[in-house]
Design a binder for this molecule. Structure first.
Ligand code: ZN
Length: 256
């Protein structure tokens, strides 16, 4: 039994010695194969905030209730928003554009969170929208709106919290605002004739921006009371143009 067990081992040693002990060149060692794998890229998170909501209407006590404004005061929970002269509502425009941006960002590999799931609900309050950005550690928080100004006014502007309430709202927010302004302008939209300077507007009174501890901006895409811009925001093609420009701005900020 013992001899039978040892014989195969001795056979292997003898076979190896045919090369090693004969003086012939040894067989080359196998090339090591890298076993480490590159870490997967970190998925960036964008929170899109379609302003207002379809269930908001003038007179709702829950919409009017005061919430913190991020500057030591209060603001109403939410507002109704504006509309075109033909009755196309801002909340519908905001939601449609946000969904189009969401689709584009997801296709680009981003994780996207919307502050409201549909266009038929109430609120949420502006402080809750900011909290949504903080909850997921948003790399960018972009609120989508359209303005309601005098008919002759037109153009877009990008609002940001000024003075910055915290470091994340300082340099990074300015960079996000500038990237969005540039993308909107590159897409052929003109800067506002009546708000801000060169399409940028630092404001202390926007609670949703004040309260978010992330890079945060609000895009006022157009003046819905201007006939030409009303036609653009009311068409699916026009909304797709806004969405493409906003997406480009967000990606330019996240992928400089
Ligand atoms: Zn609005």
């Amino acid at each position: 039994m013992r001899r039978a067990t040892l014989r195969p081992v001795l056979t292997v040693i003898a076979a190896a010695c045919v090369v090693a002990c004969s003086g012939a060149a040894p067989a080359p060692l196998p090339t090591p194969v890298a076993t480490t794998t590159a870490a997967p890229p970190v998925q960036r998170v964008v929170v899109l905030d379609p302003g207002h909501n379809g269930g908001n209407y003038v007179g709702r006590a829950d919409i009017r209730r005061p919430v913190p404004d991020g500057r030591g005061g209060t603001k109403p929970c939410n507002t109704v928003g504006t509309e075109t002269n033909a009755g196309y509502a801002e909340h519908a425009f905001n939601f449609d554009v946000a969904k189009r941006v969401e689709a584009r960002l997801v296709a680009a590999g981003m994780r996207v969170v919307l502050t409201r799931p549909d266009d038929t609900g109430v609120g949420p309050c502006v402080d809750a929208r900011a909290a949504a950005a903080d909850a997921v550690g948003a790399d960018a928080f972009v609120s989508v709106h359209a303005d309601g100004s005098l008919p002759a006014d037109h153009g877009f502007h990008v609002a940001y919290a000024e003075p910055p309430p915290d470091p994340a709202q300082a340099g990074p927010t300015r960079a996000l605002a500038t990237a969005l302004r540039d993308a909107m302008r590159n897409a052929g939209f003109t800067v506002s004739t009546n708000r801000g300077a060169e399409g940028l507007s630092g404001r202390p009174d926007l609670a949703g921006l004040n309260l978010a501890h992330r890079p945060s901006v609000l895009v006022e895409c157009a003046n819905m009371r201007n006939a030409e811009e009303a036609a653009t925001v009311s068409s699916p093609e026009g909304r797709d143009r806004y969405a493409a420009a906003i997406t480009d701005g967000i990606l330019a900020f996240l992928r400089p």
